[in-house]
Design a protein around this ligand. Sequence first.
Ligand SMILES: Nc1nc2c(c(=O)[nH]1)N[C@H]1C(S)=C(S)[C@@H](COP(=O)(O)O)O[C@H]1N2
Ligand SMILES: [Mo]
Length: 304
Amino acid sequence: MTYKFRISLTDKDVTPEEIFLARRRIIASATAALAASALPSIARAGKHDTSGDVTPEEYATSYNNFIEFGAGKSTPSERAGKLTVKPWSVQIGGLVERPGDYNLEDILKAMRVEERIYRFRCVEAWSMVVPWRGFMLADLLKWAGVKPQAKYVAFETLYRPSEMPGQKSSRVDWPYREGLRLDEAMHPLTLMATGMYGKPLPKQSGAPLRLVVPWKYGFKSIKSVVRITLTEHQPKTTWNELVPEEYGFYANVNPDVSHPRWSQATERRLGGGFFSRRKRTRLFNGYADDVARLYEGMDLRKFY
Ligand SMILES: Nc1nc2c(c(=O)[nH]1)N[C@H]1C(S)=C(S)[C@@H](COP(=O)(O)O)O[C@H]1N2
Ligand SMILES: [Mo]
């Protein structure tokens, strides 16, 4: 089988980077422990207390997927620096009561920004635990007013090849697109992040505004969002269009449904060090109590 675009890596491919990162590990974990204890106001989201194993910040911000800045794990942090993130506007449209081109600063004045520590699981079987800062997507959608016919939410990333060199590749039909069913978008766990580790979002992490859906594979958590459209029909999404048999629309984390090229039963925590044990992957990335009801009637053993 050939793939139009291949960025998925196996552990074998990333070994040198892991060894490189391991050298800086001791300093990094000390910093993370400090960061975690310095954030007493963090909403630990009840039973989801993951604060004890927050991923060291420098791993979460130097090992990234952001194909607008190239296909490598370090290319986003190396190249995203020149991205202009201010001013930033978000166009909200489609089936909404108050469509418009909103300045991010005006949106933020209307939103309640909070801190949340979430697990994050990439489809490539690496994972991390990140203290995000952001607001509930539900609040933004209510603010814009969702019309009754709306059933899905479509998202688009900025298209600006002059600042995003990866967009010069024609293998992807830019901009990067993602989507959620409306009930997933309205779920209280679904976050629009504006920061992480108590600071504004770094550019490689999707500044100034990204989606975070903690129970789905990471590719759903679209970065640097400039357009949100409420639709009646399921929107087209970038990875699903590129390689439909590997990247579903739902993409809920599930240890029992293998990726066609590797198992999803276990995962490797970023920053854990080269010799650390893999962790067992949990259904819905550990958020099943909160989200399983959204998928009643769906056969979870199937690939969606
Ligand atoms: N616009 C855009 N959003 C994106 C991506 C991307 O390439 N472009 N990569 C996705 C993938 S595959 C993952 S795993 C996460 C990675 O987020 P992180 O780099 O902050 O860990 O971003 C997601 N959002
Ligand atoms: Mo990913």
